[in-house]
Design a protein around this ligand. Structure first.
Ligand code: IMP
Length: 193
């Protein structure tokens, strides 16, 4: 069995990714298992760059093959932002609800409903050698925030051809379509082939 480090402290991401890895003979360990809490500055301008910063850091620190995910939402009515700044954008509001209201208002005002989530996964197996796997899911901003599953912007994102938000889908259902599961499946195919 090969050991692989997932460089993340985000509980929700870990749950989603572990569910996919469970089907394969790969042992996944996380920062928590190694008692690592420090993370590098994510100062890249793209998801790919930030994912690489994290996977290189994890590999250099532990010597274990390491992957990291960087992800976010891009919203048409906000000129396709916040993108790589998704976490900081949400944290700048008093609460998630206030942030969601502001996004929904701007969507209605500009009559632009489209949005997408993107994940970039970087895998570092040797010093300065990394591979990138991308995943994307298209959809729309909902009329109002709905659902109790998932995390982040899930309550206001309705995937294309669905009439529920991502937060109304459980982990198994989200994993059938999500940006993260698309990127992780590419990573696993790379690892097992
Ligand atoms: P990071 O990849 O840890 O920098 O975080 C990206 C941020 O984007 C998260 O904190 C969430 O706010 C948002 N995000 C990323 N993936 C998802 C998702 O699957 N659902 C909802 N929000 C997400």
């Amino acid at each position: 069995m090969r050991q692989l480090l997932f460089f993340s402290n985000n509980k929700n991401k870990i749950i989603e990714i572990k569910k996919i890895f469970n089907k394969f003979n790969l042992e996944l360990i996380t920062l928590n298992d190694l008692n690592i809490s420090e993370e590098p500055k994510e100062n890249g301008q793209t998801f790919e760059k930030n994912a690489k910063i994290k996977s290189d850091y994890g590999f250099n620190k532990t010597g274990i093959p390491c992957f990291a995910d960087d992800s976010g939402i891009c919203i048409e009515s906000l000129n396709w932002k916040p993108g790589v700044l998704s976490k900081r954008f949400l944290n700048n509001f008093k609460s998630n609800e206030v942030c969601f209201d502001s996004i929904i208002k701007s969507t209605k005002k500009n009559s632009k409903q489209n949005a997408y989530f993107k994940t970039s996964i970087s895998l570092t197996v040797k010093e300065n050698q990394n591979v990138i796997f991308n995943g994307k899911i298209d959809g729309k901003i909902s009329e109002k925030a709905k659902g109790r599953y998932g995390f982040g912007y899930d309550p206001i994102f309705v995937p294309k051809n669905y009439n529920k938000t991502l937060a109304e889908l459980n982990t198994k259902e989200k994993n059938e379509i999500s940006h993260r599961s698309i990127a992780v499946t590419k990573l696993i195919n790379f690892l097992i082939n």
